[in-house]
Design a protein around this ligand. Structure first.
Ligand code: NOJ
Length: 767
């Protein structure tokens, strides 16, 4: 080792050791000084290296690139890579880190990112499903467990949470977020960020979070993934940006931009969004990573001539790190040397990378997360499984539980000693409940519903037959299913007769169907959102064989359940519920847990209604006057079949005596809204009490109602609880015609209830 190198190493180690509590501004100041001193030592090539991220080969979450594993290893040793994604395990991360620490001049540690979306190896419900729990503490907890497991395997950074407001069930990625509402996405996003990052990013069990996709990705036209987005600036600020502002305020360490364009400008090069709004407007100092190849894709967008041009547009637009495009590596040096890109822009990006690494404590110990002992002992523990089960049962939504006429009660909860037939392709499926984006889950490691039921009741009361399979699983064991399309069985109905036979002999039939794990997720948009034909035909036969049929759905997007809701008395939405799915569903089926989940996204009557969301505008023609000339459809109701916020319980709740502490308030004042909620059934239960507000007249038209608060609480049978909400400027302001967030004086209406279809009752005025 030459003298200069050892001086650098000492300097960097010294810098590292001096960093401790990094949250105070004093220390932030210290970090900034240390970052500046490292920056001064760096060559332009080394800076570009820090701005470059490559994929490892332990997982593949985007189109395969052209750089070989061997070449990447060389690049690591030459300081050409500052971050890697999809390198997993303590051993693999240690090996890659070693290449950097032992061979590069400045020994700036690598940061390892991975899509830890709903668990690392212990898998929690898919985010859309978990959002149905309306339990922020629980979501924070599951994210913290995901962080603990991922960090034990060398991961520093998750590409989560996805906080794209998603209103279109055709879009496969609705499974990855918190649904259709901006406020709800904000609070869920913040809970998840807190869970991943904890209070101290440098602690060995926390990881950096990433607010994605900035911005507008969830508004892809026609629900087609990667498609263009065309929204106005007011819609952008009022509907799409609030969760990102909340994430920035919660100190999320990183953002990821998006594949889509907005009104002609690719998000990856969107200067207004990334620089004017986020970095300058919100003073956010974190790292903006591109999405996979999204810099290079600006060529296909018709926005960049070649990779060098794409790199120029991306850095000017605010992308700090290039994931998998090699655009910065190819062109940035020349761009700077030719004065097309200023060194200041490069320095700002590199500082953001170094800041992340500092905050993670990597300069102090680059290997601290790559810990074989922790990897052995802290992943997939019994305690984590318990939380996965709790998260699972709290995420289930009871959509329908009608009284069965011939015995005057509903089917759920199931009674002890009933003879149960469990059928359907997903009944015994140990893979589908893991959902898409399952990180390091072992294939087929979930508890299937059949197993869950076997764990819950005596074996002599259970019969099982699969019925017809709806997906042809041709992929060999272990092959990454992420990128390949599924093949569906169109015609083979074998298995039907056996299943119908056991169905007709049972007291109750539980039929389990819906979507395969890989039917939703990235690149999994669909134009048909019904249960596929083969399953539906089978369901019709089952229903005929035994009307005491409970439909248990496993799916990642809202489905069109029009036929099912007309014809099946009992429907339970269980999403893709994770490692403990079967046990969690059995807890609900047998009444060990009283369901409390509520939909975070509207379920339509028909795909033709999509995008469908409760907080629409009123239009100039909202009402029917017995003519066709109003805003609706001639062949369908315009409302959701199951609305946002909806979900039943084994008990019921009555809302009464809505009160306001005052009917007028000033802009900066407050009033209190309260209501009495009584459990009028015969079981204890939890209710999600929701507050909706409407601003009646605005400088811009306002939605017919907007969720502005909620409380989830346990109410014992017969008990009444008074639930109150404080109404302040936070609930009333919006991005006005003057392009500022403000409360406009005027009349408002408010309602508190159990779902988004409640009528708004109380009126108040802001002066
Ligand atoms: C593409 C996805 O859009 C993004 O969400 C993900 O984090 C990256 N690939 C990395 O896997």
């Amino acid at each position: 080792m030459n003298k200069i190198n050892s001086v650098f190493i000492c300097l960097i180690i010294l810098i590292g050791y001096s960093i401790q509590a990094q949250n105070s501004s004093k220390n932030d100041h210290k970090i900034e000084k240390e970052i500046d001193s490292i920056l001064k030592l760096m060559t332009l090539e080394e800076k570009i290296g820090q701005m470059t991220m490559y994929n490892g080969s332990w997982d593949l979450t985007g189109p395969p690139g052209t750089v070989s594993a061997k070449d990447k290893f060389e690049k690591l040793k030459n300081g050409k890579i500052g971050a890697m994604l999809n390198v997993t395990s303590a051993e693999a991360t240690r090996e890659a880190q070693k290449a950097v620490m032992e061979h590069t001049r400045l020994k700036i540690p690598l940061v390892f990112g991975y899509d830890v979306i709903h668990g690392y190896k212990t898998i929690f419900p898919i985010p859309l499903g978990e959002s149905a729990s309306w339990d922020l503490e629980l979501m924070e907890k599951s994210a913290s467990i995901a962080a603990k497991e991922a960090s034990a395997a060398g991961i520093h950074w998750t590409f989560a949470p996805m906080i794209d407001v998603s209103r279109d069930a055709r879009w496969g990625r609705v499974m990855e977020g918190a649904g259709e509402d901006p406020y709800y996405n904000s609070v869920v996003g913040v809970a998840r960020i807190k869970g991943f990052q904890g209070d101290d990013l440098s602690a060995s069990h926390t990881i950096a979070a990433c607010a994605k996709h900035f911005a507008g990705y969830g508004f892809a036209e026609a629900g087609k993934d990667y498609n263009s987005v065309d929204i106005g600036v007011y819609e952008l600020h009022n509907s799409i940006l609030p969760p990102f502002k909340a994430a920035a305020d919660a100190n999320v360490a990183t953002f990821m931009n998006a594949f889509n364009e907005i009104d002609g400008i690719p998000a990856t090069a969107h200067k207004y969004l990334q620089r004017d709004v986020l970095k300058d407007g919100w003073n956010w100092e974190g790292l903006m990573v591109s999405d996979w190849g999204s810099i290079g894709e600006m060529i296909a967008h018709g926005y960049a001539r070649d990779k060098t041009h794409a790199g120029e547009l991306a850095i000017k637009g605010g992308s700090d790190m290039d994931m998998e495009s090699s655009a910065y590596e190819i062109g940035l040096k020349n761009l700077v040397e030719e004065n097309k890109v200023s060194m200041d822009l490069v320095d700002d990006a590199v500082k953001r990378v170094l800041r992340l690494k500092m905050k993670l404590g990597l300069f102090k110990d680059p290997y601290k997360y790559s810990n074989l002992d922790r990897e052995e002992s802290e992943i997939y523990t019994a305690a984590h499984q318990e939380i996965a089960r709790e998260a699972g049962r709290k995420s289930i939504v009871l959509l329908k539980n009608d009284t069965i006429l011939n015995n005057n009660s509903s089917l759920l909860p199931l009674k002890p000693n009933q003879k149960i037939a469990i059928i359907g392709d997903l009944a015994d499926d140990k893979d589908t409940p893991l959902g898409n984006w399952r990180a390091k889950a072992e294939r087929k490691s979930a508890v299937s519903l059949l197993e869950g039921i076997k764990n819950a009741i005596a074996p002599e009361n259970i019969t099982f037959a699969q019925g017809p399979a709806f997906v042809i699983d041709e992929l060999e064991e272990g092959k990454r299913q992420f990128l390949w399309p599924l093949k569906f069985n169109e015609s083979d109905t074998s298995g039907t007769a056996d299943a119908l036979k056991i169905a007709s002999h049972a007291d109750v039939v539980i039929v389990v169907m819906g979507e395969n794990a890989y039917q939703t997720g990235e690149g999994r948009s669909q134009v048909d959102i019904q249960i596929n034909k083969l399953q539906k035909d089978f369901l019709k036969k089952v229903r005929k064989a035994n009307p005491n049929t409970v439909l248990v759905l496993m799916n990642g997007r809202p489905l069109d359940l029009s036929w099912e809701s007309e014809n099946i008395s009992t429907i339970l939405e269980t999403w893709h519920l994770g490692s403990q799915a079967g046990n969690a569903i059995a807890d609900v089926l047998f009444g060990k847990y009283n369901p409390s989940g509520k939909l975070p996204i509207s379920f339509p009557r028909s795909v033709g209604q999509e995008p469908l969301f409760y907080n629409q505008k009123n239009t100039g023609r909202p009402y029917s006057q017995n003519t066709v000339t109003f805003s609706g459809y001639t062949d369908s109701e315009k409302t959701a079949l199951y609305p946002f916020g909806f979900g039943l319980s084994y008990t019921s709740f009555k809302y009464d005596k809505l009160k306001l502490s005052d009917t007028t308030m000033t802009k900066n004042g407050k009033i209190l809204a309260s209501i009495e909620v009584t459990n009028i059934g015969d079981k204890d239960g939890e209710e999600v009490v929701q507050l909706y507000i409407r601003d009646l007249i605005g400088s811009l038209t306002r939605p017919v109602k907007e969720l502005k608060g909620f409380k989830k609480l346990m109410i014992k049978k017969g008990e009444t609880k008074t639930v109150s909400f404080e109404i302040t400027k936070d609930q009333l302001e919006f991005y006005t015609v003057d392009k500022i967030w403000d409360v406009e004086p005027g009349n408002f209406q408010l309602g508190i209830g159990g779902d988004s279809q409640i009528k708004l009752g109380a009126k108040f005025q802001v002066n």
